[in-house]
Write a protein that binds this ligand. Structure first.
Ligand SMILES: [Zn+2]
Length: 245
């Protein structure tokens, strides 16, 4: 692989690096992260072993899953028993497809067309007293927290708002509402601003400091909804309605 191809492969796997043929610090960091995840020597150089693994990872990149039928949409085996207290909703700041990186950070991903993808960590690992590798999705707030993320908003800007090339879709939002409703039903989570919320609300609603997270303060498909509370209220209204239906 020439440098361009290495960078293109990294982008396809969810890393945000420029495809310019220049292996700079950002590309090296991405290579290092990929090497770490794939048990390779972490040196930031795309040597033969790393390139072989990149080819494998690209080949293994999954086809888009089919959109589930109406009704309960989260498969029962994705919701193992555990003590979970809240659902925190995010976007990946990536493309419309779930990447390796996305799967390592969240329990459930919702792709641009609405397909659901299961993350690497089971929800039970984030449960209170849970064991196994936890999904790390919210700074200092992962215990008891389920992380759901919409695959979207790569390159988006908050001010002035620019949703970028992979804007959040209305289909993703509809799916999110139903996924969160399934999770609330399964784990007995009430729909309140402290238990069903977006990442952008964590600091205000739970008092846990985050670093400038704005998922969600804007909804690309509904430009009139502005601010973390307005987005969160819309989410909770949808989930409550879905639970009551
Ligand atoms: Zn987030």
């Amino acid at each position: 692989m020439i440098p361009n191809e290495v960078q293109a492969a990294l982008v396809a796997l969810g890393y945000s690096v420029a495809v310019d043929g220049n292996i700079g610090p950002k590309t090296r960091e991405a290579i290092k992260d990929f090497q770490k995840r794939h048990d390779l020597k972490v040196d930031g150089h795309a040597g033969p072993l790393t390139i072989a693994r990149l080819h494998e990872a690209l080949a293994a990149a999954k086809p888009a899953p089919a959109i589930p039928e109406p009704g309960d949409i989260v498969p029962a085996q994705w919701m193992p028993a555990g003590r979970l207290e809240r659902v925190i909703c995010h976007w990946t700041a990536g493309q419309h497809r779930a990447s390796d990186l996305d799967r390592s950070h969240y329990h459930i991903l919702i792709e641009g067309q609405g397909g659901l993808v299961r993350g690497d960590s089971p929800i039970s690992a984030n449960g209170i007293g849970g064991t196994g590798k936890r999904a790390s999705h919210t700074l200092n707030c992962n215990t008891g927290s389920i992380g759901v993320s919409l695959c979207c908003m790569a390159g988006a800007k908050e001010q002035p708002f620019d949703p970028g090339k992979a804007p959040m879709t209305a289909v993703q939002w509809e799916r999110l509402v139903r996924v969160v409703a399934d999770l609330c039903r399964r784990y007995g989570i009430p729909v309140t601003p402290r238990t069903v919320l977006s990442h952008a609300e964590v600091q205000a609603n739970l008092g846990i400091k985050q670093r400038g997270k704005w998922d969600f303060t804007r909804l690309a498909f509904a430009p009139s909804v502005k601010g973390a509370k307005a987005c969160g209220d819309l989410l909770r209204a949808g989930v409550s309605a879905s639970l009551a239906a």
